[in-house]
Design a protein around this ligand. Structure first.
Ligand SMILES: Cc1cc2nc3c(=O)[nH]c(=O)nc-3n(C[C@H](O)[C@H](O)[C@H](O)COP(=O)(O)OP(=O)(O)OC[C@H]3O[C@@H](n4cnc5c(N)ncnc54)[C@H](O)[C@@H]3O)c2cc1C
Length: 408
């Protein structure tokens, strides 16, 4: 049994330093340009692929770090560089986790490499769960997948929305309804391979923040995928559906659905992204407060400013500890008896929102302009309380877990 420590080991320190270098030298200098362009920063993704940051190997190495700190540490550093660009680099990971969590070994080996491509020809992947009428309320999803037994093919129809990398992805992972009678328990995930007819991009959204990350609708019209594209395979699905139908008949206990399992696994990672953005804004504000003088002294000489910075840093460190705890629990198989994963995402995302707003205030007029990065960081931070479950949904999950009551 390892002794309790919050100190990173030598390998982790090295990786952290390497990522920080990439974030500082490659991501941060490109941030303002890609935010203005509102386009996927392909050259930066390619740079990341060249040095090995955009790859399954890197992701897997961090994912299997036995302390659980690999992924949160990587997210914090990359998002410290810039949230929009970093999401373009790690967005593929959400789809990859969907396959890792539910796919067979063969599916993992076949599809994940195609999600990333290689350094000379980088590709991205998309995870498509949300729909226009099914955001927080995943159970009201309408996209249908119907099995055509004669051809051993699944036929997908519906409209997905808010998909990161939707329409530009090489591989799309699509969650669809296979049995509409049992709510979210009747959902399954499918791989839609590259260039499958019937899948198209709907509107690309113009956004408030993380503008370098592509977000779009994905339209599925009679999209036919081979039977082996059902994640986990048909036998496993049939067993799962039979169990769920029996439970439903008995009016029984809730079971986790496929999409929620993916979201649960990624929540502390989103918290870590928020910590990265918050830390970036705090550092700019601290630096500015020490160098900006008014009334003949640096503004940090006023408690009104210094105490804000003290609170900002305290909240950031608290958020990181919650994220690390949840990631450590996930990796070491501890049960989330108090919804610790949701707690970490809730606290870190609201910390990023508040700290970036305080940073603007500390920079005064400059903070409000695009000459300084904190207004971008504040726009970017707004996403963390929305995606991967809004703050309200995190509170619902935490409150239900703590109370055992069906709080609405
Ligand atoms: C930039 C971006 C990228 C995204 N990427 C992806 C992606 O890659 N894949 C994907 O599948 N999805 C993605 N999403 C979707 C995201 O997960 C959803 O936006 C989110 O789950 C919220 O759903 P909604 O937008 O429909 O809001 P709604 O569910 O309509 O919520 C609206 C408001 O009502 C509140 N609310 C809803 N229900 C309750 C309740 N029961 N109690 C209290 N308050 C409630 C919410 O908290 C929110 O404040 C992305 C979204 C954005 C903006």
């Amino acid at each position: 049994m390892a002794e309790f420590t919050l100190e990173l080991n030598d390998d982790q320190k090295q990786v952290k330093e390497w990522l920080h270098g990439f974030a500082a030298d490659v991501i941060r200098p490109a941030a303002a340009e890609w935010d203005e362009r509102e386009e996927t920063p392909w050259p930066v993704i390619q740079e990341a692929a060249k040095v090995g940051i955009y790859s399954l190997d890197f992701y897997a190495q961090q994912f299997f770090d036995p302390t659980g700190l690999g992924i949160p540490m990587a997210m914090e550093e990359l998002f410290w560089g810039d949230a929009g660009i970093a999401l373009s680099i790690v967005g593929t990971g959400l789809a990859a986790v969907g396959v890792l969590a539910n796919g067979t070994e063969e599916q993992i080996g076949t599809w994940i490499p195609q999600m990333y491509g290689d350094a000379d020809d980088v590709k991205v992947a998309a995870f498509c769960s949300s729909e226009p009428d099914a955001g927080s309320d995943v159970a009201s999803m309408r996209t249908r997948a119907v099995y055509d037994e004669a051809k051993d093919e699944w036929v997908l129809n519906g409209t997905k929305t808010w998909a990161t990398n939707g329409g530009i992805a090489n591989v799309h992972v699509v969650v669809a309804v296979v049995d509409p009678d049992i709510g979210s328990k009747g959902h399954a995930s499918f791989i839609v391979p590259p260039d499958t007819p019937g899948l198209s991009q709907g509107q690309k959204f113009k956004k408030h923040g993380i503008r370098a990350s592509h977000t779009a609708e994905v339209v599925l019209e009679d999209v036919r995928v081979p039977g082996h594209c059902l994640l986990g395979g048909k036998e496993k699905l049939d067993e799962r559906l039979a169990r769920a139908r029996e439970r439903a008949k008995a009016g029984g206990e809730r079971v986790k659905n496929v999409a929620m399992a993916t979201f649960e696994a990624s929540r502390p990672a989103v918290g870590a992204m928020a910590v990265g953005t918050a830390r970036a804004a705090y550092e700019v504000a601290l630096d500015y407060a020490k160098t900006r003088s008014q009334f003949g002294r640096p503004i940090i000489d006023n408690q009104g400013i210094a105490f804000q910075l003290a609170d900002m840093r305290t909240r950031i460190d608290a958020a990181r500890l919650l994220v690390w705890r949840a990631s450590w629990m996930a990796t070491t198989g501890k049960p989330f008896t108090s919804a610790e994963g949701s707690m970490s995402k809730l606290y870190a995302s609201e910390t990023a929102r508040d700290v970036t707003a305080q940073a603007i205030q500390i920079l005064g007029g400059n903070g409000f302009t695009r000459e300084y990065p904190v207004e971008r960081m504040h726009r970017d931070a707004a996403i963390y309380t929305i995606f991967e479950g809004t703050s309200e949904i995190q509170r619902l999950v935490i409150a239900r877990t703590l109370s055992g009551m069906p709080i609405r």
